[in-house]
Design a protein around this ligand. Structure first.
Ligand code: FAD
Ligand code: NAD
Length: 446
């Protein structure tokens, strides 16, 4: 695309927590800022790693000494090539979603991660049926307690919802060139607040809001024609006439204008990497070692396209997020330089502790370490403090030491908790006092 996503307003919140905006800028702005950088606008058609050669769609070929692949990921849709099923990844797909929504009365959202959480909250003037596999909403980020805290926001009137969002908006491509390349591949993934710049409104004046169907998956998606030709036809008067129908595994059927599949991502490795000997991980990402090197010589990878293959710190896990894409890109660059200079380099400190700041349902959300007790089995204890409509604080302890936390709202606890997680202090003797709101915890551990 003619525009390049750039990180702006970078703020180091604490040792490992970073906050920043993502902005689209013309590539010339970057080139002016970094004179050693040249941006070429063309998709890569083929990589021949053995020959250190790249072929671009515009016919150019490039030889490289070292290469870093940052081709991101694409939505892992429920079904491919179904015109009634949309995914959201880049500016183009977000615009397509907006266009379809502006004519819609009811949509079905499938998935229970980041995109679904944002969508169901932002969509107005359209009934939303949200089908999730789990017992609670937001399984990739929260446990059932946090979900319980957030659910009232979903039910609240839009006007009652708080905090206008201050962060940057996305521009759309004014050149008319679109963001997808000639071969139809997707542009850069959207990031924080992608929905701020576009109105997500359907056609219904007083929509009945969001209805959550728990513990179910999609069984079948029918077009109107398929539905009318099936034995479900008898339900036509009950369900009404819709462009599509979704049958869930709990037996319920919903007519809708279209379906949003917010069901995760798959790393972008085809077709341009085929024909090489890349070792892929189980999730189809390019497996990288602790120097961000792939299995092909002189080829590195960073961001959503890669899967980390090193033994991770006990407090870190990979998640396909802007935060980690930025950190990996930065670290991969340092590794490439160190390898050229034949200098040693150690795994960066940012991979010590998982940390992520985001916003869901207008609340600030901070996730630290094993925030959902990932991989801890029964061997952990949870402490929770919750003030309805204000804050939700959860701490994960194992052997009396803090290993993770979820902080929702303006808790001001992130720095202290990050320190307690990093220094692995034995907190057994404080017990539940740790979350006593009347104790200024910062002073306590000074
Ligand atoms: C709707 C949405 C909201 C999100 N919100 C957040 C959030 O709030 N916080 C957060 O931390 N993360 C968020 N994410 C995740 C975040 O956007 C990704 O983790 C991040 O963009 C990954 O960066 P990347 O550079 O690896 O990949 P991408 O940003 O996807 O960039 C990959 C680039 O490679 C290009 N490319 C692919 N193939 C080729 C080829 N053959 N030739 C040339 N170029 C190619 C693509 O066009 C694209 O520009 C969100 C994702 C989505 C979809
Ligand atoms: N604020 C944020 O940090 C934020 C916001 C949006 C997106 N993102 C990131 O963008 C990427 C894409 O978001 P996403 O929401 O698609 O992915 P995700 O990985 O966050 O969530 C995918 C969800 O789909 C569910 N799922 C998978 N297959 C399913 C199926 N067949 N049927 C029903 N449910 C299924 C999973 O259980 C999970 O709840 C992710 O990497 C995500 O972390 C982050």
């Amino acid at each position: 695309s003619p525009l390049v996503k750039t990180v702006t307003n970078f703020k180091q919140v604490s040792k490992t927590l970073e906050e920043f905006d993502i902005e689209e800028q013309p590539s010339s702005v970057l080139e002016e800022k970094y004179p050693n950088l040249k941006v070429l606008q063309s998709a890569v058609k083929l990589l021949r790693a053995k020959e250190h050669l790249l072929q671009a769609e515009n016919g150019q070929t490039f030889h490289y000494k070292k290469l870093c692949i940052c081709s991101g990921a694409r939505p892992k849709l429920l079904t491919q090539d179904n015109p009634h099923v949309l995914g959201i990844r880049d500016t183009d797909s977000a615009q397509e979603f907006q266009k379809r929504l502006s004519k819609a009365k009811r949509i079905v959202v499938i998935g229970n991660g980041g995109i679904a959480l944002e969508l169901v909250y932002e969509v107005e003037g359209c009934e939303v049926i949200w089908a999730v596999k789990d017992k609670a909403i937001g399984n990739t980020f929260f446990d059932a307690g946090a979900a319980q805290f957030l659910i009232p926001s979903l039910e609240a009137d839009k006007k009652e919802r708080s905090l206008p969002c201050k962060r940057a908006r996305y521009t759309t491509d004014k050149t008319g060139a679109g963001h997808s390349g000639a071969s139809g591949e997707l542009g850069s993934a959207l990031g924080p607040d992608w929905h701020e710049g576009i109105e997500l409104r359907g056609t219904v004046q007083n929509s009945s809001g969001v209805h959550v169907e728990y513990e179910c998956e999609v069984d079948t998606i029918y077009t109107q024609q398929e539905f009318l030709q099936s034995q479900l036809n008898t339900k036509k008067s009950e369900l009404g006439l819709w462009p599509a129908y979704v049958q869930l595994t709990n037996g319920k059927i919903y007519g809708c204008d279209f379906v949003v599949s917010a069901t995760g991502v798959v790393p972008n490795t085809d077709p341009f990497l085929t024909g090489n000997n890349f070792e892929l991980a189980g999730d189809h990402g390019l497996r990288v070692g602790d120097h961000m090197r792939t299995s092909e010589q002189d080829v590195y990878a960073a961001g959503d396209v890669c899967t980390t293959g090193w033994e991770p710190s006990a407090l870190w896990q990979q998640m396909r997020l802007w935060t980690q894409a930025r950190q990996m890109g930065w670290y991969a660059a340092r590794c490439m330089a160190a390898d050229v200079l034949e200098e040693p380099i150690e795994l960066d400190f940012c991979f010590e502790l998982f940390s992520h700041i985001t916003k869901f349902f207008s609340y600030k959300v901070v996730l630290l370490g094993k925030f959902n007790a990932q991989g801890l089995g029964q061997d952990h204890e949870l402490l929770v403090r919750c003030t309805k409509g204000q804050e939700y604080v959860k701490v994960v302890l194992t052997g009396g030491r803090m290993v993770g936390a979820v902080l929702i709202g303006e808790t001001d606890l992130e720095e202290t908790f990050e320190n307690l997680i990093l220094n692995q202090m034995d907190l057994s003797r404080y017990g539940e006092e740790l979350l006593n709101p009347n104790i200024d915890i910062e002073d306590y551990f000074d």
